[in-house]
Design a protein around this ligand. Structure first.
Ligand SMILES: Cc1cc2nc3c(=O)[nH]c(=O)nc-3n(C[C@H](O)[C@H](O)[C@H](O)COP(=O)(O)OP(=O)(O)OC[C@H]3O[C@@H](n4cnc5c(N)ncnc54)[C@H](O)[C@@H]3O)c2cc1C
Length: 369
């Protein structure tokens, strides 16, 4: 399947696999219960240079590989990568110099703070205000569901300012720790290893130098950030699915009923044939989206929405089918399948729901014109 990846990318995959086997696989229980030191893990990933990738496809392969064991990490990493990419593409030279090396070495952890109680899919409805006073913006408002909220030092905040929407970098290290109130981890159905927090901004100051100012409309930059994050999350779906497929296959080859392996029954064979086909299709969509980012094909907006829509849908359906193939064992805690099933549902909601992807595709494909 991966024959079109370069020799370097295949070598990277081998390194990523060793890392995943040693650093993620033994700790899935700790990750799920949030008793794992994610900051340390980030630092290790940074030290290994995996966040200083050459192409989005390279880091997509990394996330696909670690997500075989824990796909919440895909959500965690997605926000950090999205922030790196926004600064690379739209940041000023000063912002690039100040933040890229720190983010690439994971000395600073970053995230996107867009959503609010009344601004979900309709992200432009944000009410957090950013008022100018001298050389600063002063932010007031409440963000919700911020991944890495408790871990991050750098937030890309979508706020309302005099000129309309603004995207501002808020650096917690710049004297903001008392005015940024980070709530406890929000317990959720799946992707539990990713911390999610509410954040209250009370007169948080950020320099006007920290504004992402570009000729591009702010809405487009916000969507670009989400597009990058979506591809990384979708890589998490396919990594998790690959593991689910292996578990289902192994069980089908070993479990005997009616005197033969259940893999001998056409009902099971067809489930697995569909599973493999949909997984490979989703994988192609994810790789194509990352490739289109790296080659600036102008189709990234379209392909990232398609990749997120198809990979998370496949994850929901086929984590369910893998449980079906294992029967009662599938819903027990003996395998990671029940966790994957819960993770898959959350994937269809975070970083823009499936319906939101269809709204974007309606625009991209000019369906309504
Ligand atoms: C695990 C997790 C992590 C997250 N991480 C972050 C983060 O790091 N940063 C951040 O800013 N946000 C984050 N979010 C927020 C996330 O982006 C929003 O939850 C998501 O955009 C949906 O918003 P909502 O939950 O308010 O749903 P709503 O916007 O209230 O939507 C409710 C339902 O209505 C549907 N709907 C809405 N409008 C339409 C329409 N026009 N047509 C058809 N259907 C529609 C939606 O698809 C959905 O099914 C996260 C969410 C989760 C669950």
């Amino acid at each position: 399947m991966n024959t079109f990846l370069s020799t370097q990318q295949k070598a990277l995959q081998d390194k990523y696999q060793t890392f995943a086997n040693e650093e993620i696989a033994p700790f899935t229980k700790e990750l799920e219960t949030c008793s794992f030191d994610l900051k340390k893990l980030f630092e290790k990933i940074g030290q290994l240079g995996y966040l200083k990738y050459t192409t989005l496809l390279d880091v997509t392969l990394f996330v696909e590989t670690i997500s075989q064991y824990d796909s919440g990490l895909a959500l965690t990493v997605s926000q950090h990568i999205a922030l790196i990419e926004v600064i690379k593409k739209y940041g000023t030279e000063n912002q690039k110099a100040a933040y890229l090396p720190l983010l690439e070495e994971a000395k600073v952890i970053g995230t996107l703070a867009f959503s609010e109680k009344n601004a979900g899919v309709d992200y432009q409805a944000v009410e957090t205000s950013a008022e100018t006073t001298g050389d600063n913006y002063v932010l007031n408002g409440e963000k919700t569901w911020v991944v890495n909220g408790a871990l991050s030092n750098l937030f890309l905040v979508l706020a309302k300012s005099g000129q309309g929407l603004s995207l501002l970098l808020v650096d917690k290290r710049e004297g903001n720790s008392s005015t940024l109130n980070i709530g406890p981890n929000i317990a959720k159905l799946g992707l539990s290893s990713a911390y999610t927090n509410d954040i209250v901004f009370s007169n948080v100051k950020t320099s006007s130098q920290n504004k992402i100012a570009n000729k591009e409309p702010v809405q487009n930059i916000a969507l670009y950030a989400l597009d990058v994050a979506k591809v990384i999350l979708a890589a998490g779906s396919i990594g998790m699915l690959a593991n689910a497929l292996n578990i289902a296959l192994e069980h089908a080859r070993q479990r005997k009923q009616f005197g033969q392996n259940i893999g001998q029954f056409q009902g099971i064979q067809w489930k697995i044939a569909d599973f493999g086909t949909e997984l490979e299709g989703a994988k192609l969509q994810v790789y194509r989206a990352a490739w289109s980012h790296d080659h600036d094909s102008g189709s990234f907006f379209t392909y990232s929405a398609m990749a997120k829509l198809s990979a998370t849908k496949a994850a929901r359906i086929y984590t369910g089918e893998s449980i079906q193939i294992l029967g009662a064992k599938g819903i027990s805690l003996d395998t990671p399948l029940e966790r994957f099933y819960r993770d898959a549902k959350v994937m269809e909601i975070c970083l823009g729901t499936s319906e939101f992807q269809k709204i974007l595709l309606t625009e991209a494909l000019a369906i309504a014109k």
